[in-house]
Design a protein around this ligand. Structure first.
Ligand code: DQA
Length: 151
């Protein structure tokens, strides 16, 4: 059985749907999880989907992905702009890393234009709302060679 793609979400993303909906949309994280699970299934792979408001917990999960995941999708949220420790953890991975954002941080405040995570990411998907996650899962699946469900 192939290892799952791990999908991690950082702080405040548990409030999707009510948090600045004009920026992040009205979909909840549970809605996005369901979209990702359906997309992964269609691609013949599985996902582990988790969210934390705590930097250390995210780092623990990144470390876990070293041995338990085939690829990592991560929306680091605010920690992307601040956390060298998260970057350091990501740099220990030998699997593809897809950074994902609902909004397009490059088109927002100056402090959002830099993300430390990008220094470790294989690629970035941003600006498509909840679809960013789905596209990121699809990109991760492509990078590990999963392109369709087996019969
Ligand atoms: C975000 C963008 C970040 O700048 C912000 O801190 C978030 C969400 C996004 O998905 O668009 O919390 O990562």
């Amino acid at each position: 059985m192939a290892k799952p793609i791990h999908v991690l979400s950082g702080p405040n993303l548990n409030l999707l749907g009510v948090r600045e909906p004009e920026i992040y949309g009205r979909e909840t994280l549970a809605d996005i999880q369901a979209r990702c699970e359906a997309r992964a299934k269609g691609l013949g792979c599985s996902i582990v989907f988790r969210q934390s408001n705590h930097e250390g917990e995210l780092i623990d999960w990144v470390q876990q992905a070293r041995t338990e995941a085939s690829a990592l999708v991560i929306n680091p949220a605010g920690y992307g702009h601040t956390s060298v420790a998260l970057l350091d953890a990501l740099k220990t991975l030998d699997i593809p890393i897809v950074e994902c954002h609902l909004s397009n941080p490059a088109a927002r405040e100056t402090f959002r234009r830099k993300t430390y995570v990008s220094l470790a990411a294989t690629g970035i998907v941003s600006g498509f709302g909840g679809a960013s996650y789905e596209l990121a899962v699809e990109a991760a699946a492509g990078l590990i060679g999963a392109t369709g469900a087996s019969a």
